[in-house]
Design a protein around this ligand. Sequence first.
Ligand SMILES: Cc1cc2nc3c(=O)[nH]c(=O)nc-3n(C[C@H](O)[C@H](O)[C@H](O)COP(=O)(O)O)c2cc1C
Length: 423
Amino acid sequence: MSKGKILFQLTGSIACFKACQVLSLLVQSGYEVEIAASKAALAFVGEATLEGLTGRPVHSEVFAKSEYMNHIHLARWADVVVLCPATANSINKLAAGIGDDLISTLFLAHDFQKPYFIAPAMNDKMLMHPATQTSLRTLAAWGIRILPTESGALACGEIGSGRLLDPARIFNEIQTVCERRSACASKLPLRVLVTAGGTREPIDGVRAITNFSTGRTGSGIAERLAAEGHQVTLLRSKDAVRPTKNREGLRERTFITFSDLEMALQEELSRHEYDAVYHAAAVSDFSIASISGQGAERKGKIESKGDVVLTLRPNPKLVDSLRGFSLNPRIKVIAFKLTNTALPDERREAVHRLAVQARPDYIVHNDLSEIKEGDAPGTAHRAHIFATRNPDELREIAVAENKELLADTLERILRGDDYASQS
Ligand SMILES: Cc1cc2nc3c(=O)[nH]c(=O)nc-3n(C[C@H](O)[C@H](O)[C@H](O)COP(=O)(O)O)c2cc1C
């Protein structure tokens, strides 16, 4: 039985011969492999070699007789897509959205739901060229896995970075992702807890300390995960934005105060075996310890005649306790961090502090300056997603420009496409 379907694409680099070793390892390990090669790639390695390795014909034309829809069919057919070796030209074309040959057109038909690996190979000047660097960053932000290059002697006679990663390592990267995906698929649907909205600490019967969280991010994530067939519990504040559609598999539970949320989290995580928790709720840093002043003893509504003194007591950080509450010791914890600083170092430091203290698997970070006023679904709301299993090696794995793209990225993470092996 096939271990997975791989669309393996080659572009015109001298490293094509090394890509053949990756191909050979994949075929020998039981993967089904279809090959697409650029015209330049076929100048480096013959169709006979590629067909001999896979036992299948090589695709290289958009307008090939009887294969006119290959750019859609192959993109749909594959579980995983690989571009190896990836030339500077192909990387720049993909990032620019050009579709003037089979490989670039296939990328335009890529749905971003399946892993797409790029293994660059080129002269170090080509690699460091601002166009190539910008394109690599763009592609990484779209969730494409950019494999590292190696340093050493290059085909052009120079020494530098830009050598194709060792074929065995490329094979391992692909194999790890395929195995993770099939382990995850065999266990679908996954059980997920999502928190959303802000806590509210009542001062009296009509007033409260709260925050501006709308709960839209958490609700959107919950709705998206449920739409993908996962079993989702949305733990939202009573006045948070609700999911727009009633989805099968989406259960809601509400909270008002910090204590309600703490209790609900504890109950949910300790009674049910959740696979992941997305903690997007804005939890009050303080609860009200005491209220003093004239009329403060009146429970319904404190009179507004004189000074009233509120004493606030700091709340513990719930995100630190999620793993401890959880019946499943391997639960994936996704924490959220909002900062308010224009300085990149301060933002990173805040993410690092949270990573050290709460040990989440991922942190979704936004800064207030990157959230537009009146932010509504579909409007820009940039989020940076960090893999934080090792807090000393924070890795920004994706940038989502709006809430829909954030929900997409978080769904991929849940399915095991976490790019964590990327370096
Ligand atoms: C001998 C030779 C070696 C080359 N090696 C590389 C390479 O390693 N990486 C690269 O980006 N381009 C390399 N090129 C240039 C590409 O082949 C060229 O940009 C081509 O147009 C790429 O087309 P493609 O991206 O459609 O395959 C090389 C060209 C020659 C003639």
